[in-house]
Design a protein around this ligand. Sequence first.
Ligand SMILES: *[C@@H]1O[C@H](CO)[C@@H](O)[C@H](O)[C@H]1NC(C)=O
Ligand SMILES: *[C@@H]1O[C@H](CO)[C@@H](O)[C@H](O)[C@H]1NC(C)=O
Ligand SMILES: *[C@@H]1O[C@H](CO)[C@@H](O)[C@H](O)[C@H]1NC(C)=O
Length: 769
Amino acid sequence: EKVISVDPSSHCRYALGMEDGRIKDDDITASSHWYETTGPQYARLNREEGDGAWCPEGQLEPSDSQYLQVDLGRLTFLTVVGTQGRYARNSGNEFARAYRLNYSRDGLLWKSWRNRLGNAVMEGNKNAYASVINDLHPPIITRYIRLIPVTRVSTTVCMRVELYGCPWEDGLISYSSPEGQPMNPPGYPIASFNDSTYDGAHERSRRLFGGMGQLTDGVIGLDDFLQTRQYHVWPGYDYLGWRNDSLGTQGYVEMEFVFDRRRNFTSMKVHSNNMFSRGVKIFSSVSCWFKPRLIAGWEVESVAFKTVLDDRNPSARYVTVPLNRRTAKSIRCRFYFADIWMMFSEISFQSGNKSTHTHVPNPSTSEPPDDGNTPILIGCLVTIILLLVIIIFLILWCQYVCKVLEKHLFLLCPTACGGGYAEPDVTQCTPHQCFHSNAPHYAETDIVRLQGVTGSNMYAVPALTVDSLTRKDISAAEFPRQHLIFREKLGEGQFGEVHLCEAEGLPEFLGEGSPLPDRDGRSVLVAVKQLRADATSQARNDFLKEIKIMSRLNDPNIIRLLCVCVSSDPLCMVTEYMENGDLNMFLSQREIESTLTLSDLLHMSVQISSGMKYLASLNFVHRDLATRNCLLDRRLTIKIADFGMSRNLYSSDYYRIQGRAVLPIRWMAWESILLGKFTTASDVWAFGVTLWEIFTLCKEQPYSLLSDEQVIENTGEFFRNQGRQIFLYGPPLCPPSLFELMMRCWSRDLADRPTFEGLYQALRPHVNQ
Ligand SMILES: *[C@@H]1O[C@H](CO)[C@@H](O)[C@H](O)[C@H]1NC(C)=O
Ligand SMILES: *[C@@H]1O[C@H](CO)[C@@H](O)[C@H](O)[C@H]1NC(C)=O
Ligand SMILES: *[C@@H]1O[C@H](CO)[C@@H](O)[C@H](O)[C@H]1NC(C)=O
């Protein structure tokens, strides 16, 4: 599996589980709390439990240091912190205007975080509801983290929090090395190669000890060591570097690495500068010793490795040192100078099973061959050059051809990546089409910038405009609430819960023509969606609208409203219970062949198109068609559901605009995103994406490696229509004719998209084969 070589802190931004509860209440503690209802367990971003946030006791004074502490359970590469105040459905107005961070890898020794310019205090919130995201430069490798609200005047503060990052797979917990040194090149400013973010001790013997810093911050240095990736810092900032004569006559730099546990090391990657014109080179060789326990001697047998020095290419590079699967808790390595200077910007370790390292950029060069194999090396180089020439030729050729075949390009590209029924050499594909990865929960750093794009469009306007809702608008019958017997909770959303209930006497209640499957028993299982008593009036109105909409729909492929309880609170709607849950969950747990055949997938597609055909015939726009909103009953009949947007489980599928609606942007047509226009034709677009999901067995989110922002950018490409838009690739399972149908659903012009009637007619024959 290939890792993309970009700055890891731009990739490692997964929410770590405050909001969704993966971080348990027990792991969230605090120095104090005001009441039980503002305890630390309520410090979860975007949640409203208890009194809506964590608040330390009393007024916070400028000299106070109250904290909220989170135990992440394992070492984590923490890149982003998000905070929010106490909103409590508009009854709270406390927030922290600023805060700082302390962290600890072992829970005992605490360190204060500072950014690269030395500031510890970060800007916090400006109101009680909007979340504010802070990128951590440098990132923190830690297990425990404390957020410490900071104030200039005596005030009450409350906080809700999310943390973002990814697991620290290296397992490194500290490195020690000689301190870096300054350089005074003639005609240049003084460059300094110290480890300016090192969080351990600076010993008097000029060694760094017991911490980590720039060698593990994920930032790799540039080819020219005087240039830096960070503004407002001194030349040489990204590198830790040493001069050969400063360390006595030994001719090497000795470093020690300590790990969280015993590991089986396969390799070490050292990112090193090689600007030989200034006397900097990668190391000439390295020897490493291993210790299985901290309190033990170094094992006699070392691993030695000679690099191939390179006087032609001055690029900085990763040098991979094989560690021969040696087992150790601690490693000591001596890196031998090849020139006057040696400079490293990153060191990482690969251990254990063949796990890949998402935070380690892909090494670009330096896998040196055996010594003395120069002829082979030259042979390889010649081959590579020839290959490059061929590739360049192909690119030029393809650019020419693509101009001619602009439209066909999209049909070709996907197969170059995953599928496989056309020419394999279309190098025009953007790499996004080839990615396979889990859907990332990106931190919402860039949302504010995007508000320009989305403007003031109204996304949350319901499909049917319902002016005044009264009981007489609701055509479903009122069922006696006491005959609903709670069995279990099926789901939970912001404003309500869905319960599995037994409905006593429901078949008799509904009488003749009851759609219920079980007519024999007296009671049947139903799903009861219930609005929280304290829901906002907006939510209450939406709930009634959903009831009104659903009570009008009657189709075998649309979820059916059986009855309601609206004469008293809490409001309930009772629908058929779908034993097999939603289609997304159902498919993602299955493999093709074993339990599902291609014709099952086609059958599902036909049913969805049939239900949508019915909605379209009523001029009803669904706006959120996706596999997550299609439910399956025991006999695998599909029914389209969710006209009310209870979107908790799949929150990563929705794009949140601060203080506004949540949008399923990966399913939305370009005109819905850019112009706020929702029509049956935009439902057809979403149907195309739903088909794509079905034929990838929901193993992947659409455009999984595009960030939300990139998805929106891509929408702009659809609008401009200059051939730069990225389409979903053709799933390997998907017959070519079906992929063509999907592509038609994603036509730029609404008139070019098929109708649901047409889609139904096109899909149905496939099933009967
Ligand atoms: C590193 O060097 C810079 C520039 O000489 C200096 O300002 C900074 O204080 C040094 N940092 C440490 C941690 O020694
Ligand atoms: C440092 O490197 C220079 C150039 O390679 C060499 O001439 C000199 O002997 C080295 N000094 C030590 C102490 O190794
Ligand atoms: C390697 O695999 C074993 C068993 O599958 C697992 O227990 C262990 O944690 C894995 N080690 C690493 C470093 O992932």
